[in-house]
Design a protein around this ligand. Structure first.
Ligand SMILES: C[C@H](O)CC(=O)SCCNC(=O)CCNC(=O)[C@H](O)C(C)(C)COP(=O)(O)OP(=O)(O)OC[C@H]1O[C@@H](n2cnc3c(N)ncnc32)[C@H](O)[C@@H]1OP(=O)(O)O
Ligand SMILES: NC(=O)c1ccc[n+]([C@@H]2O[C@H](COP(=O)([O-])OP(=O)(O)OC[C@H]3O[C@@H](n4cnc5c(N)ncnc54)[C@H](O)[C@@H]3O)[C@@H](O)[C@H]2O)c1
Length: 309
């Protein structure tokens, strides 16, 4: 159910800004990002329905959420194990699952997708759901690199469409990039900002530009590291050590690529390469292409630049 509230912006005492208070959330895609967002939304009191293509993926996602909540509780309720158990119980009660997005969007305030990084697949998903979701429902994408405007163009709710870009691992990373297209209404943008804050995140406001803020700066850095390795100028291990100890980064570029997922990295790179064919930054990488063609997507498949088995 949606609640339309009025709140007065500081410094704008005479103008009321409306925003939808998001309580019921449908998250499509139960992979690393979708499961992480579901975990944080459920543990902050939101009713979450997690959707994926089959029951096995959903079971794995729910098990992962419960496991990660235990990690959170160990820290947060170190001296109060009973309160910790209650916290996990309440959060898990807030999570339900489905393999049929169309049948669950009726009562939802927000549909947030975290499926494969492919424009056509995302457009097909939202185009179909646009006909089924209530008028007030906001649609948002967690895309890393695609244009929110392009994704939204498959719907008739351009004013109720925006971007919510979370970071991996969602329960730990404190940022959400909130993205407005030129058609996103102020009410929708405020609702997305407010929702992110309810999740305990710090927000930055982004325009719908390629890679928004973080990935526009992060991806060229990672791709440069891959080129350095391909030229033979350093081993991947040494490049990772260099950036961790030289810059204080928690992970080096190869560890981080494996953590993000090399399939996702390649989707991003291919998309930007198609849009900027003359930019050598986005030229094909033999090493990345080989790993992806062998199904070595990084941590999630047990092997990428490194082995995790
Ligand atoms: C490409 C996309 O569009 C955009 C992106 O997402 S780019 C990627 C952004 N992410 C990053 O840059 C991540 C960089 N890496 C890191 O920050 C750290 O290596 C890391 C947080 C992933 C792991 O930290 P590390 O110290 O090596 O491991 P670990 O001890 O297991 O975890 C650190 C803490 O996080 C917690 N944690 C890790 N993963 C967790 C999860 N999924 N759920 C809950 N808690 C988790 C641990 O419990 C631990 O808590 P503690 O310090 O209080 O005990
Ligand atoms: N991995 C990251 O670090 C990261 C960070 C921020 C944003 N993102 C973005 O989030 C999205 C998901 O990334 P991820 O790392 O969670 O991927 P992932 O491969 O871990 O999970 C994707 C999930 O989506 C499901 N899926 C695919 N098509 C679907 C459909 N039509 N309907 C329902 N479910 C479907 C898959 O079965 C899979 O479980 C991508 O757009 C990615 O660019 C990723």
């Amino acid at each position: 159910m949606a609640f339309l509230t009025h709140h007065i912006c500081r410094g704008l005492s005479s103008s009321a800004v409306r925003h939808v208070v998001i309580k019921n959330v449908t998250i499509i895609g139960g992979g690393q990002m979708g499961a992480g967002i579901a975990q944080v939304a459920a543990s902050t009191g939101h009713a979450v329905t997690l959707v994926d293509t089959n029951e096995d993926i959903l079971k794995k996602a729910v098990k992962g959420i419960e496991g990660n909540l235990k990690r959170v509780v160990k820290k947060k309720f170190a001296d109060k194990p009973e309160a910790g158990e209650e916290f996990i119980g309440k959060a898990m009660q807030n999570v339900s699952t489905s393999t049929d997005a169309g049948s669950v969007v009726q009562g939802t305030d927000l549909v947030l997708e975290a499926i494969v990084e492919n424009l056509k697949v995302k457009q097909d998903l939202f185009g179909g759901l646009d006909k089924l979701a209530p008028a007030h429902t906001i649609f948002a994408s967690n895309t890393s690199s695609l244009s929110i405007t392009d994704i939204a163009s498959s719907t008739n709710r351009l004013d109720r469409f925006g971007g919510l870009h979370f970071f991996n691992p969602v329960p730990v990373m404190r940022l959400v990039e909130v993205i407005a297209t030129s058609s996103t209404s102020q009410e929708t943008f405020d609702s997305l900002l407010n929702f992110s804050k309810m999740l305990g995140k710090t927000t930055v406001s982004c325009k719908d530009t390629p890679g928004f803020m973080v990935n526009r700066l992060l991806l060229p850095y990672i791709l440069d590291a891959v080129r350095m390795y391909e030229r033979g100028d350093g081993s991947k291990e040494d490049i990772d050590i260099a950036m961790k100890l030289g810059c204080g980064y928690p992970m080096g570029p190869f560890e981080l690529s494996d953590y993000v997922g090399l399939d996702t990295m390649k989707f991003i790179m291919d998309g930007w390469s198609a849009a900027n064919p003359d930019n050598p930054m986005f030229a094909q990488s033999e090493v990345l292409n080989k790993l992806v063609s062998e199904g070595k997507f990084g941590k999630k498949t047990g092997e990428g630049f490194y082995k995790y088995k």
